[in-house]
Design a protein around this ligand. Sequence first.
Ligand code: G1P
Ligand code: ZN
Length: 554
Amino acid sequence: MYYSKPIKIQPVKTQAFTDQKPGTSGLRKKVTTFKQTDYLQNFVQSIFNCLPKLRGSTLILGGDGRFYNREAIQIILRMAAVNGVAKVILGQGGIFSTPAVSHLIRKHKALGGIILSASHNPGGMDGDFGIKYNISNGGPAPEEFTNAVFEESKKIKEYNIAGVKGIPLDLIGSYTLERMQIEIIDSVDDYAELMSQLFDFDKISKLLKSPDFSICFDAMYAVTGPYAKKILEQMLGAEEGSVIRGESLPNFGGGHPDPNLVHAKQLVARMYDTNETGSTPNFGAASDGDGDRNMIMGDYFFVTPSDSLAVIAANAKLIPAYKDGIKGIGRSMPTSQASDKVAKKLGIPCYETPTGWKFFGNLLDDKRITMCGEESFGTGSDHVREKDGLWAVLAWLNILAEREQSVEDILRQHWSEYGRNYYTRHDYENIPSESANQLIDNLQSNLDSLAGRVFNNRTVTIADNFTYHDPVDDSISENQGIRIIFDDDARIIFRLSGTGTGGATLRLYIERYVEDIKQHDLETQEALYDLIETAELLANIIGFTGRDEPTVIT
Ligand code: G1P
Ligand code: ZN
């Protein structure tokens, strides 16, 4: 047992920072910014000051293991101990995936949790770091709370911190710091147990052990390595080595832990056999820095995240946890409308929310939806209040085990039944904020004149800046993205990223619905070529940014 020596606490005087405004998912900044004297401390104290029920509470704490994770954990523990927290449940080594924290908050009925992650942003000394607070339903704190934290951070004058040395983060057990209890637990066990309750592990295991079926899971040297090895290899019996890049490294091996066709190169090489080994796995997947995103692939086949949500929802009854059907589907506004078609057929509602997982929380809590997703490689359900990468992987494996078809066959059959929503996102990264804002302002000022105009034979039916009315708490979120919708349901959407740490990122989302099965074989960029052209012209992307092509296409 480790006992700290009790000491008398004097608040530490501090100067407020002006830039601690949380974005789409918590506060994300360069590691160098977070390492400034008192920077993290100010933000953590601001969170604590906004939690009236903090005294005597239990908090869950952990992060994706990126550079500065361990130091930040020690600081937060020392602060929690003298801010009245009764107990912190901490992942071994300071590690928890984001969905694991969400689960533990719910399981232990904790007041909330602090997650240290900058998700898919690069890590390492010169990379990004992040911190976010999740509330008692397990989900990201709503805007009302994050705004209050920001206001607090601008006027903070002092913070409380215990002056003791560190806690041994790697040893499972109970510790005491001041009067606060710290319970260090295995990072994976509870989450793995939850997954085994949702899915048919016997069936999946049979599939994974069959000689004709192999998988490749790319953990991208990020947090899901230990989770995937335990669940896929040890519990379900996938061949050892099915999990690649499975060690969690503080700099993610120098990569960009974002599961898409650009950054998960190793996985893509295996699924398309670019190294000409003569064999490809039947199923491929990758997850991001903190384990909430996922990419799904078949051999020589990529499943768009929007389609993935639609397929999982359409096949939900094959999964034990959803065998009685789902109540509704949620999708973010820029996500393709593929799942709307499924909802329609199932006779359940489909909700359109702004970008960011926090908007699904109310719908899930109110039991209006069971599954939800975003085009940005995020899929999840009511089992937690975060998107969940491994959940999506297991959902697919469960469906594959039941249907005994290939990933591609399942998709083709899905399109033939519901039609195909061709979909792409073009990102223009790191453009000067001023140019990005001018581009959006210009689009905004032209919106009123767009309805009724014809572009490449399509007539604009709606041109607006998306406003969300939350049906549960009646809150209103404005300016959630400019959308131009055409008479054939094609859509062009523009918005600026709220998660970046350098300059601005313009995201352009393009979608077109094609019912005719004879046209389901087009290459995506070609299928959307005329809409992409219209979008580039309408926004005058070259004029405002000087860029004649995007930096990332997904
Ligand atoms: C991005 C994604 C969004 C996701 C968020 C957190 O936010 O677009 O769907 O919820 O990351 O993973 P953005 O940078 O676009 O604000
Ligand atoms: Zn993430």
